[in-house]
Design a protein around this ligand. Structure first.
Ligand SMILES: [Zn+2]
Ligand SMILES: [Zn+2]
Length: 104
């Protein structure tokens, strides 16, 4: 489905954007923030910040052929890809994870 308006945007890490790593982690924050990440924990560097880009959420969902439950991920939820089973696991964010969105 590519009939969305390109209105909702998200952040994609440079690893995924440049095809260096697969897309493995999608977050839908409490206020419609979307994150499309490789899932590694090395995103605190300036380089990672500088190479992350803003993408259209709908286009990202379409181009990575994500299953419906991921495309319709509710707010405050996280979808993580199990690379062994290729199954997307969807879970609710913890209170701590939600709080991170309000940090700064
Ligand atoms: Zn990354
Ligand atoms: Zn779009």
């Amino acid at each position: 489905m590519n009939d969305h308006k390109h209105e909702v945007h998200g952040i994609m890490c440079g690893h995924v954007y440049k095809n260096e790593r697969p897309l493995k982690l999608i977050e839908h924050g409490p206020e419609d923030q979307w994150h499309f990440m490789c899932g590694a924990s090395d995103h605190d560097t300036q380089e990672a910040v500088d190479t992350a880009i803003v993408v259209c959420k709908g286009c990202a969902m379409t181009s990575y052929l994500l299953p419906r439950k991921v495309q319709q991920l509710p707010a405050r939820h996280i979808a993580e890809l199990n690379v062994n089973t290729e199954f997307w696991n969807v879970r609710e964010m913890t209170a701590e994870e939600v709080a991170e969105y309000y940090d700064d």
